[in-house]
Design a protein around this ligand. Structure first.
Ligand SMILES: Cc1ncc(C[n+]2csc(CCOP(=O)(O)OP(=O)(O)O)c2C)c(N)n1
Length: 563
């Protein structure tokens, strides 16, 4: 019972015990914050204290940890690093990832007196958190930490920030009568699996079964709910093609007969074509946001829609609905499968055949590039090699920009036990997120795909990976530029850029393999496509952090979305 086991203890002891109680295995930070808590972690727990090269990468590592494990990822900063940490929560917020950030902050006895390094950081956390609060009294540690975990994992998950009194959170040195009680149900996503209203389930099924050309669009909510098997079972039972958002890409293997690919802006043409032709779209666990719908052009607003979500505020936000179902994705899809009239599937044979032929056309169109032997290497070839050679249980972590376009469109998950995590828009996210993912799921191979511009952001974390044996494989699409920007600058220069315009998006040519080796990682430089397979096998067998530097074509531009 709450209060039963109260005893006099310091905030540091209480916090260390609570984090261990919630099953936290790693925390990511730049010192000095909650110093006493860190000392207590060493005395009382087995939590690894990962000291990073920047607060933003600490937040990205916590984010990768959270997305890979479904358990909250913890990151921390003292007052001067607080806004660097807040910047790193932005991707977690956009991706609905349960990250918990602790910072040091103002002390009432000195605030407004020009305290060294101090500003009011709390407002900056407001747009990137679900819950943003201060802990001023040590006696509040237990209930505030419980609330942090409860909010982070509940409903649509997301980041939480607690600011502890004192620039380094020195309130943790104080003592009070406390009970370090944890609620294990809030240690992971999802804490609850709300059952849908049966009437709403029947309405959604009626709409799907009555449609001639339905398609399912599965989002990150399907991934968070672990609902991939139920999604595939329903799609198979009713013969309905499945597209995914980038965040939901892991919900169905790429070669499944009903999979049409990622829909939206960073997408596969076949998915956009199938969704555009649909007479009914069933959205599951997706915000129906701009990226997934190619800014609401795919499908067009007005297309009949059904939506399933755990958050009632998401239902119908962008598309008027024929049926709305509030519930956990896994449970809802399972109920739909139980009640499905499989006899209606035969009526969709032609539609499924049409979707399959659109997928075949896509493969035929891109085969030459996916198999290209060109030097410098085409990025499509890297994607194809990763589709073939990523281990069966790999977590694939992908950066944004071109990396998101190449992998979203060209890469296929081979098995249901592979996972796909993607940057929700921040360049440079993938490498540190991959390191965090490895901490969250140490038994699984982790492979990161990033451009060179993305890799430069947090390249110092190669040293962290070596120090902590975070054995990930990082594939750098190294074209010595941020060449996704090429089109945009071509446009503003009236079709042809000046020589000098190159200074806006190109870099010095470097060998990332050599840089990585200097920091103690394994570096592999790949200049010819035929070397990719061997490099990947060597990397996955290395049991060390590996950077594969792939020299690619600066003129290779990813195909634009069709609508
Ligand atoms: C934080 C942040 N700043 C800027 C951008 C805009 N942006 C998107 S892609 C890109 C260049 C990507 O370059 P690189 O990672 O080398 O991949 P490439 O396009 O060369 O394949 C930039 C600057 C962004 N997405 N995120």
């Amino acid at each position: 019972m709450l209060g039963h086991n109260r005893r006099r203890m310091s905030g540091a002891e209480c916090l260390a015990d609570m984090l261990a109680g919630y099953g936290v295995t790693h925390v990511f930070m730049v010192p000095a914050v909650l110093r006493r808590t860190f000392a207590e972690m060493e005395r009382r727990t087995r939590i690894a204290r990962i000291h990073t090269h920047g607060e933003k990468s600490a937040a990205y590592m916590a984010d990768g940890y959270a997305r890979a494990s479904g358990r909250p990822g913890l990151c921390m900063a003292q007052v001067i690093g607080a806004l660097n940490l807040a910047a790193g929560l932005r991707d977690a917020y956009l991706a609905h990832s349960p990250v918990i950030a602790f910072t040091g902050g103002r002390d009432p006895s000195t605030k407004f007196r020009r305290v060294y390094q101090e500003v009011d950081d709390v407002p900056a956390f407001e747009p990137v958190t679900k819950f943003n609060a201060t802990v001023d009294d040590v006696a509040r540690f237990p209930d505030m930490v419980r609330q942090a975990f409860r909010v982070a994992v509940s409903g649509t998950p997301g980041p939480v920030h607690l600011q502890f009194r004192g620039n380094e959170g020195q309130v943790d040195a104080e003592e009070a009568e406390m009970e370090p009680l944890v609620e294990e149900m809030f240690a992971q996503v999802p804490p609850f699996r709300p059952e849908p209203d049966p009437q709403h389930v029947r309405a959604a099924l009626a709409a799907l079964q009555g449609a001639e050309r339905p398609v399912i669009v599965a989002g990150g909510g399907v991934r968070a709910s672990g609902a991939g098997p139920e999604l595939v079972a329903l799609a198979e039972a009713l013969a309905i093609p499945v597209a995914t958002s980038l965040n939901g890409k892991g919900s169905i293997p790429g070669h499944h007969g009903l999979s049409v690919g990622v829909v939206g802006t960073y997408s596969r043409e076949s998915a956009n074509r199938v969704v555009s032709q649909a007479d009914l779209v069933c959205f599951v666990g997706t915000e129906t946001g701009g990226m997934t719908t190619h800014f609401w052009a795919v499908p067009k607003i007005g297309t009949a829609a059904v939506q399933i979500d755990i958050n009632p505020e998401a239902l119908g936000r962008n598309y008027p609905l024929k049926a709305a179902v509030l519930g956990d994705a896994k449970v809802t899809l399972a109920r739909m499968r139980e009640l499905a009239d499989t006899g209606t599937a035969a009526g969709r044979k032609a539609w499924v055949e049409n979707a399959k032929s659109i997928c075949r056309e896509w493969r035929d169109k891109y085969r030459t590039l996916l198999e290209s032997d060109a030097v410098p290497i085409r990025p499509e070839r890297i994607c194809a090699e990763l589709s073939r050679h990523a281990p069966d249980d790999a977590i694939v972590v992908v950066d944004t920009g071109h990396a998101g376009m190449w992998m979203g469109g060209m890469y296929d998950l081979r098995t249901p036990s592979q996972s796909y995590l993607r940057s929700a828009g921040h360049l440079g996210w993938a490498f540190p997120a991959g390191l965090g993912a490895k901490c969250g799921a140490p038994e699984r191979p982790v492979v990161v795909f990033t451009g060179d511009a993305g890799f430069w952001y947090h390249i110092g974390e190669v040293e962290t990976a070596v120090r902590w044996r975070m054995n990930t494989v990082t594939v750098v699409n190294n074209n010595s530029s941020g060449n996704q920007s090429k089109r945009g600058f071509d446009r503003v220069y009236g079709g042809k850029q000046t020589e000098q315009a190159l200074e806006l998006w190109t870099y010095t040519k470097v060998n990332f393999a050599r840089i990585a080796e200097d920091m103690g990682a394994v570096g592999i430089r790949v200049e010819r496509p035929a070397e990719l397979e061997g490099a990947l096998h060597r990397a996955f067998a290395a049991n060390r952090p590996v950077v594969i530097d792939v020299v690619t074509d600066i003129d290779a531009l990813a195909p634009l979305a069709v609508s």
